[in-house]
Design a protein around this ligand. Structure first.
Ligand code: SF4
Length: 335
């Protein structure tokens, strides 16, 4: 039997808990987005690292367990091309894609490259030409100008739910049309969200009911525009060969919205409480997929090097793995 290697416990000063003891500037988040809500629900300390300190993992070559940046960048590049592909503009879709993807084209990933992106956009064009779904994208306000961080059809929202932080975020597109329920008298508003995924089928279709983006976007549009039936998920299969596009309209009920609104209120209070105590607790069930009992897509937390420094080193030895990047939704935004 191979003897076990003992795990080195953390030294008492290897992790700092009080916000003011960190050398990086803490900034109290002024708004909550659907992804910020997910971050907090995963682990309050995750929210503190990502939203309070604005720490983003760097992709470091040679690191044994590199951060999965390439999938995120590919998803972002596909998002840039989608508004054009939906309108049948393949060339413009590829140009928008390449602008985001240009630094990653040498990656030689068999399912993330220009050829596969072209197949995806071609399929998107076909699906939308044949689709009887009948939802037209509403152009976003001209006041956004040409912001580089927004794709062509993206909408920004910030709504006051009566809490200390606004509920804010970005929606890939907003559409108007009869939707699948042809019995309606009036065309209805829908949020539209593009999702790239390596696996489709029932495992993809069954996960969107009650999703924070699906419910949150619909809630925001009901408040901002007076109506919204729900959110349409346009699923894009990231594959080596032929791509599937799945269009899923998800209706959102008043009850779901009320539940979500109450949850935002509770999170808002908890953030204020932890910020006052200067300590965001670590929720260790959020560190990896085992604690979540195999939840699909629940990888290792990128902040584990800060929370659990290797070999009991001081957490500062891993500071270089991160960069401070505070994403401000409200930058240059006038409505
Ligand atoms: S490593 Fe674990 S405790 Fe630390 S932020 Fe991530 S989920 Fe929270």
């Amino acid at each position: 039997m191979t003897p076990m290697t003992p795990i080195t416990p953390m030294t008492p000063n290897s992790s700092i808990d009080r916000i003011q003891d960190f050398p990086i500037h803490w900034q109290n988040p002024s708004y909550l987005s659907p992804s910020g809500i997910c971050s907090f629900m995963r682990c309050p300390r995750h929210f503190c690292w990502s939203r309070g300190f604005g720490l983003r993992p760097r992709s470091i070559e040679g690191l044994e367990d590199p951060f999965p940046n390439i999938a995120l960048v590919y998803g972002a590049a596909i998002h840039q091309g989608m508004p054009f592909a939906r309108k049948g503009l393949l060339e413009e879709a590829m140009t928008a894609f390449k602008e985001t993807w240009k630094d990653y084209d040498q990656a030689q990933d068999p399912k993330r490259n220009q050829l596969c992106a072209g197949l995806i956009f071609h399929e998107v064009m076909e699906v939308h030409q044949l689709s009887q779904f009948g939802i037209d994208v509403i152009p976003p306000p001209k006041s956004y100008g040409n912001r580089e961080d927004l794709s062509a059809d993206e909408f920004l929202f910030a709504v006051d739910l009566g809490f200390s932080r606004l509920f804010a975020g970005k929606i890939d597109a907003v559409g108007q049309g009869q939707g699948p329920d042809q019995g309606q008298d009036q065309p209805s508003i829908w949020a539209i969200e593009y999702k790239t995924a390596s696996m489709m089928g029932s495992s993809f279709s069954s996960i969107w009911e009650g999703n924070p983006q699906v419910v949150g976007y619909s809630l925001a549009l009901r408040i901002a525009l007076g109506q919204c039936l729900g959110t349409v998920i346009e699923g894009i299969h990231v594959a080596k060969t032929l791509s599937d596009i799945v269009i899923l309209p998800i209706y959102v009920s008043e009850e779901e919205q009320d539940t979500f609104r109450r949850q935002i209120g509770w999170i808002d209070q908890m953030i204020s409480h932890y910020a006052e105590e200067e300590n965001f607790p670590r929720q260790i069930t959020g560190c990896g997929s085992y604690g979540m009992f195999g939840v699909q897509g629940w990888g290792l937390c990128p902040y584990r090097f800060l929370c659990f420094p290797k070999g009991g080193d001081d957490w500062r030895t891993n500071e270089d793995l991160f960069e401070v990047s505070r994403h401000d939704l409200f930058q240059d935004w006038t409505d």
